[in-house]
Design a protein around this ligand. Structure first.
Ligand code: GLN
Length: 228
């Protein structure tokens, strides 16, 4: 399998690159071969990936990354094909209709019917979320933008138990097909092994065996306990 990690040099500020290593580790534990392919913003986005990972960034880098993504509609058609895409924070905002960065409005990739605008202050801190597919999740948020749904039927990524999420302290992120957007850094897949396995089961279109990995499970439980 192929994990496409997009634009590390721009979208690598918050450590989200670690999501790729977690997927690779958990696939290898099921004897599934997998390579991580780093795509620089100067390269074309390959269409033969199984997972696409897009991380968070500071404003300037976010603007450049979105311009590169918008040069063509590749990512939108990858999402429409039902491939697994995980986009965190700036990555999530980029997949919307528009976002603000450096006091200006920028066009997004129009995968999610959302728009992100400047909030009142920066939202920084722990997130405790509740999802339908992987139970409780923890993460870390650090963003100035707040995100509004432009379609009331859009499916949230999670309910917010602690933290801000999209900005209203009620919901975080969005899901469309197998494209997931969230404000949770962490990296989110390192903190939440069940969510990593859920993404793997979507990519291979079948349930996967449970992985006995006491260290990541203990770490997960400890984080949940600390935030509950
Ligand atoms: N620049 C965006 C914001 O502050 C995203 C930040 C991030 O990716 N952590 O809203």
């Amino acid at each position: 399998m192929k994990i496409i990690r997009l634009f590390n040099e721009l979208l690598g500020t918050y450590g989200d690159r670690g999501n790729a290593e977690i997927l690779q580790y958990r696939l290898a534990a099921r004897n599934i071969d997998c390579e991580i392919i780093d795509i620089s913003y100067n390269q074309k986005i390959p269409t033969d990936g199984d997972f696409y990972l897009i991380g968070g960034a500071e404003d300037k880098a976010q603007i450049l990354a979105s311009k590169k993504i918008n040069e063509n509609k590749i990512l939108k058609s990858i999402s429409e094909e039902g491939k697994v895409i995980l986009a965190v924070c700036a990555g999530y905002q980029i997949l919307g209709e528009s976002f603000y960065a450096q006091d200006e409005k920028h066009e997004g990739a129009r995968i999610f019917p959302i728009e992100s605008t400047p909030g009142v202050g920066r939202m920084v801190g722990d997130l405790l979320l509740e999802t339908e597919f992987a139970g409780k999740l923890t993460g870390f948020e650090n963003h100035g933008g707040v995100t509004k749904y432009l379609d009331a039927k859009l499916r949230p990524f999670a309910k917010v138990i602690k933290g801000n999420g999209n900005g209203d302290k009620k919901v975080d992120g969005a899901i469309i097909r197998n494209t997931f957007g969230t404000y949770a850094h962490g990296p989110i897949l390192a903190r939440n092994p069940k969510f990593a396995d859920y993404l793997i089961s979507l990519a291979i279109s079948s349930p996967i065996t449970e992985l006995k990995d006491s260290i990541s499970d203990q770490y997960y439980q400890a984080r949940i306990k600390a935030l509950s």
